[in-house]
Design a protein around this ligand. Structure first.
Ligand code: ADP
Ligand code: MG
Length: 238
């Protein structure tokens, strides 16, 4: 696991500034939920941490090292999206091992890591199946498996459960929390689901129009929202 630091991050698309001077320190092993309404900049921020999006101004550090110039692969992070984009023609095992293969790992190493991840995610019996033969939850677990085989220091989640039905979301929520603890990563979890943020996160960061409105533990935000916007997001469900 590794700490993540954002120093005065700005992001503009042409004349449109979507992230305004965001600074944030995330500790080793912490689970952060990044919440806020659609379009407030959550995905953009995550993609800049991942190295998938250029930073207009500011620095991202991972494990104390500025990573602005590093490729996503070099940053040792893993990202899980809501659309899990598994390769349909590959088996579960092949999907999970694919990134390792690209990195030039040997077959025995790939097999060992895939088996280990499969045990963690209860996928051992499904390793020979194709994605089309899996349920939505199983596919999402394969996507997580594909991410954890690389032993990432940081896990980035972008609304990973929003395509699943309510019951499955609850189940996957606890699986994600268990995974975070087992793999011992630092996790940044984007969601617009208040309950998900409250139950998963050590700390919640509320974003609004590219700025941090407030950050704190779920209890702090729930008891002392800084303003109506935060209260509307974190307050007790009506
Ligand atoms: P969120 O994930 O919180 O819904 P995004 O980070 O996707 O928000 O988007 C933040 C803002 O940046 C939005 O106004 C969006 O329209 C804009 N945006 C995102 N990607 C691009 C892009 N490639 N080009 C121009 N504007 C973009
Ligand atoms: Mg988004």
């Amino acid at each position: 696991m590794a700490s993540v630091e954002l120093h005065n991050i700005h992001k503009a698309y042409g004349a449109l500034t979507v992230i305004h001077d965001i600074s944030l320190s995330i500790e080793d092993g912490e689970f952060i939920a990044l919440v806020g309404p659609s379009g407030c900049g959550k995905s953009t921020l995550l993609r800049m941490i991942a190295g998938l999006e250029e930073i207009t101004d500011g620095d991202v550090s991972i494990g104390g090292q500025v990573v602005n110039a590093m490729t996503p692969r070099e940053r040792n992070i893993a990202m899980v999206f809501q659309s899990y984009a598994l390769y349909p023609h590959m088996t579960v095992a092949e999907n999970m091992g694919f990134n390792l293969k690209l990195s030039g790992e040997t077959k025995p190493v790939i097999e060992q890591r895939v088996n280990e991840a499969a045990r963690m995610l209860d996928l051992t019996k499904l390793l020979d199946r194709k994605p089309a033969q899996l349920s939505g939850g199983q596919r999402q677990r394969v996507a997580m498996g594909r991410a954890i085989v690389r032993n990432p220091a940081v896990f980035l989640f972008d609304e990973p459960l929003s395509n699943l039905d309510a019951k499955l979301r609850v189940q996957m929520r606890s699986e994600i929390k268990a995974l975070h603890q087992k793999v011992q990563t630092t996790s940044i979890y984007v969601t617009h689901d208040q309950i998900e943020a409250m139950t998963l996160a050590d700390r919640i960061v509320v974003l609004n129009q590219g700025r941090i409105e407030q950050q704190g533990t779920p209890i702090e935000l729930y008891r002392k929202p800084a303003n109506l916007f935060v209260a509307g997001f974190i307050g007790s469900p009506a």
